[in-house]
Design a protein around this ligand. Structure first.
Ligand SMILES: CC(=O)N[C@H]1[C@@H](OP(=O)(O)O)O[C@H](CO)[C@@H](O)[C@@H]1O
Length: 557
């Protein structure tokens, strides 16, 4: 098949000035470097849509928790999941290519992409969304140009969260319905209402619980406003609603990594909270796919504005997994089902959470996989109910079709406690985003799970187990790629010197655990360790750090 010369010519005009690689988070860089990348990505998203029978694929413009001057782009598969790994490689090749004609021809032969722009044939669509960055909307116009050049339909949702776009794509392809914000929020609202009818220990919303949501000055604030409009959840107070800088000293990533209270650019919002209120603090990240909760050490909420380096205790992804697993098990125990339940973690999960989950016993099975949401999601889909969270707050509960039809049958054929438990589990499947981890859905999920447990404060949740003391470090080195790992990144195989030191340290300190791996998203080596004594841990980690720097080289200043 001959490829339209206009397409080749346009792609050649848009050549990035440096090399890019499609990582777990798509392409990310300073926004001014991105126009050629985004244009070529628009072509690639269209090609992906042409390579499989589908209604649409998605393309999101965001750099998530990165600073506001950055931006990024990622493609969403027709089933709402992240881009297929093979296509990640094709993406990197096409974006960097001097000779796009050759790659487009390969796509034609190997991936059945039909490059005709003949308007008579039925063409799929590319669904586009973007976050609140200044550079986002202008970049979306380049996607529009690329998609239209390819003769595909272009549907732009404007400012949406990343998980909302994943949801729209999944629903359009799988449920055949017009995906929009209304049905996204109606599902959430329906789930909350069912749980409040059948499972909440205390049904009064007039309680003294306030929910303070740090929106990271990002697009999550718009979604939170919609949420308060569509659901009956009371006492939601949004802060960092856009007056301050995106992700700067606020947001889920900042809280999790620094364990300090966020700077609040609009503190008047929390000043109105009664001094005797029980407050649930949580933070979204810039595109609202991560959520963490936290407990400030100081309890006079009205005086908190975050400029004081006030320390917080973070309830991150592991705690969300544990809370979800307890409640899922509680309902399943009433059903006496054979449904399998997997809780998927990475090696960054605190060992105390892993032990707690293992101790829950049947039907909970615990698995550890490599870092990166796609690995967790893939593993979770092997179970009837798959619970997965990365420590950083990205995760969800996935229900298989088998699980949902089993629950529907119980609802039709039984009454009483059993029927209620099945209704509640189905309600959870309607709250948890079934395409990807979603901070807005997870806020509703966490708030409802707490109410199912009858816990008004966060301390009851926190007290389930005590985290093992742990230590995290990011090291700048000359060549991070020298480090190789195996066993879900838990063992180092190269360089030899590092693998020997880590083996010896682990053998002589069996109650300590260490993790050393090159980051897949930044030019750093990540060191993580945990064990019973923090001073000993720090001392052991210093030894590892020295060997890493010797083996991988200290960066030139
Ligand atoms: C320790 C850590 O937080 N790692 C993050 C980070 O990956 P690295 O490969 O560690 O840079 O970014 C990934 C994409 O957002 C996320 O999936 C992962 O959990």
């Amino acid at each position: 098949m001959t490829i339209d010369e206009n397409i080749i010519c346009e792609i050649q005009n848009w050549k990035p000035s440096q090399l890019f690689s499609y990582g777990t988070a798509g392409f990310r860089a300073r926004a001014n470097l991105l126009p050629p990348v985004v244009f070529r990505c628009g072509i690639l998203a269209a090609a992906r849509a042409l390579s499989v029978p589908c209604v649409c694929v998605g393309l999101m413009i965001t750099a998530s928790h990165n600073p506001s001057e950055d931006n990024g782009v990622k493609i969403i598969e027709p089933d709402g999941s992240m881009l297929d790994e093979k296509w990640e490689r094709i993406a990197s090749k096409l974006i960097n290519s001097e000779n796009p004609r050759e790659i487009l021809q390969e796509l034609c032969f190997e991936e059945n992409v039909c490059w005709t722009t003949d308007s008579k044939s039925i063409r799929p669509a590319v669904y586009v969304g973007y976050d609140s960055r200044e550079s986002s909307e202008p970049l979306s116009r380049l996607v529009e140009q690329a998609v239209k050049l390819m003769g595909l339909k272009y549907k732009c949702f404007g400012r949406v969260t990343t998980p909302q776009l994943h949801y729209f794509v999944k629903v359009a392809n799988e449920d055949g319905i017009q995906a929009n914000k209304e049905n996204y929020f109606q599902r959430l609202s329906m789930g909350w209402d069912i749980l409040s009818q059948y499972a909440f220990a205390d049904n009064s919303e007039s309680e003294n619980v306030f929910r303070v949501v740090d929106c990271a000055n990002g697009v999550g604030h718009e979604a939170m406003q919609d949420l308060t409009h569509f659901t009956k959840i009371d006492n939601i107070v949004c802060v960092n609603t856009g007056n301050g800088e995106l992700n700067k000293h606020c947001g889920a990533d900042f809280i999790q990594k620094n364990t300090v209270f966020p700077i609040i650019s609009d503190p008047f919002h929390i000043k109105s909270i009664p001094s005797n209120a029980l407050v649930h603090f949580c933070s979204l990240d810039g595109d609202a796919d991560r959520l963490v909760y936290f407990i400030p050490e100081k309890t006079e909420y009205s005086s908190l504005s975050g400029s004081s380096n006030q320390r917080v205790r973070v309830l991150e992804g592991d705690r969300l997994s544990v809370l979800a697993a307890i409640v899922v098990k509680k309902f399943l125990d009433l059903l006496q089902s054979n449904l399998s339940v997997g809780v998927i973690q990475t090696a960054y999960a605190n060992g105390a959470s892993t032990q707690f989950l293992k101790d829950l016993g049947k039907p909970i099975q615990v698995e550890c996989v490599s870092t990166g949401v796609k690995h967790l999601e893939r593993a979770a889909r092997r179970y009837d109910i798959g619970i997965f969270w990365e420590a950083n707050g990205h995760g969800t509960i996935l229900f298989s079709e088998n699980a949902k039809s089993f629950l529907r049958k119980i609802i039709e054929s039984t009454t009483g406690q059993k029927k209620n438990a099945a209704l509640c589990l189905l309600a959870l499947s309607s709250i948890a985003n079934q395409a990807t981890g979603d901070a807005i859905c997870n806020f509703v999920l966490a708030e409802s799970l707490l109410k199912v447990m009858g816990w008004q404060d966060l301390v009851s949740w926190e007290s389930l187990y005590q985290d093992l003391p742990n230590c995290y470090k990011a090291l700048h080195v000359q060549n991070k790629e020298l480090i190789q790992t195996t066993d879900q990144e838990r063992k180092v195989t190269a360089p030899h010197s590092l693998s020997v030191v880590m083996k010896n340290l682990s053998e002589s300190n069996p109650s300590y655990r260490f993790l050393v791996r090159p980051s897949g998203t930044e030019n750093i080596v990540r060191l993580y360790g945990e064990g019973p004594s923090l001073p000993t841990l720090k001392c052991l980690m210093e030894q590892i750090e020295t060997v890493v720097l010797q083996a991988c080289g200290t960066p030139e200043s």
